[in-house]
Design a protein around this ligand. Structure first.
Ligand SMILES: C[S@@+](CC[C@H](N)C(=O)[O-])C[C@H]1O[C@@H](n2cnc3c(N)ncnc32)[C@H](O)[C@@H]1O
Length: 237
């Protein structure tokens, strides 16, 4: 699997080094100002470097929108990406990720072999969308609401997608918002192609019967905070 390739190991090491550099003082990191200005500077630095800290700051601002306190783990990202089926991988249509956050799952999708130009990531929070654009060159990052997915893609001439990978906290969405997201996804997905969604509970992250979908719990990831389950949802082929 991709998780064991030397490329990935060296990139992860580099990212950890960058994050450490941001959090520790060194000659390239001048001493931080104190008081409110200091906090502001620290937040600005973190926004550009440390995923866990950026994520936590966003969670403090909008807990129900973030749905988690820390980003998904590498294991969860890999488990999500593995659910993209071979026919979707060889399709010309894009793969869509909903709720990109700081990019954990984006990274997993790319490392699973999806080329950047085939990936579209939708993120509602402008500062996170900005961070994703800085981190993932070649990936199309859209700042917008997942409820508007079909319209956002139609603006770009896209009426079909190969698979949808979602990190949205769907269980926290009001029913009408969840319905709009799921209906939008299945207006774009051909029959048999998956909406891939993770959740922290035992139960399905959406009422499959209500949407006339076939639901399957396909993976359990212990090494995530908290442990998570991966589900796929499909319309009958
Ligand atoms: C649980 S976090 C997942 C982030 C990342 N995919 C991960 O797994 O670490 C949910 C993300 O969905 C975004 N989000 C929430 N509601 C959204 C919506 N209606 N449209 C687009 N993004 C949304 C949040 O801003 C947040 O970045």
């Amino acid at each position: 699997m991709a998780a064991t390739t030397p490329n990935l190991a060296s990139r992860e090491a580099m990212e950890m080094k960058t994050e450490r550099a941001i959090l520790t003082s060194n000659p390239k990191n001048p001493p931080r100002p104190r008081g409110a200005a200091g906090l502001h500077t620290t937040a600005a630095r973190l926004r550009h470097g440390n995923s866990a800290a950026v994520f936590f700051l966003q969670w403090l601002r909008a807990p129900s929108r973030m749905g988690a306190v820390v980003p998904s783990s590498r294991r969860l990202a890999d488990a999500m990406a593995r659910q993209i089926p071979p026919d979707a991988r060889h399709d010309a249509a894009p793969i869509v990720e909903l709720g990109g956050g700081t990019g954990s799952i984006t990274r997993g999708i790319l490392d699973s072999g999806i080329p950047p130009h085939r990936l579209i990531v939708l993120e509602r929070d402008p500062s996170l969308a900005d961070l994703l654009a800085k981190r993932f060159h070649g990936v199309t990052i859209l700042c917008g609401d997942a409820r508007e997915l079909t319209a956002l893609l139609a603006d770009r001439g896209i009426t079909r997608v190969a698979a949808v990978v979602s990190g949205l906290p769907l269980l926290l969405f009001p029913d009408d918002a969840r319905r709009a997201v799921v209906d939008g996804c299945f207006a774009l997905l051909p029959p048999g192609r998956p909406l891939i969604q993770f959740t922290y509970g035992f139960n399905a992250p959406l009422p499959a019967h209500e949407h006339h979908l076939h639901a399957r719990r396909v993976a359990r990831v212990i090494r995530n905070v908290p442990p998570a389950f991966v589900w796929t949802f499909k319309k009958a082929a």
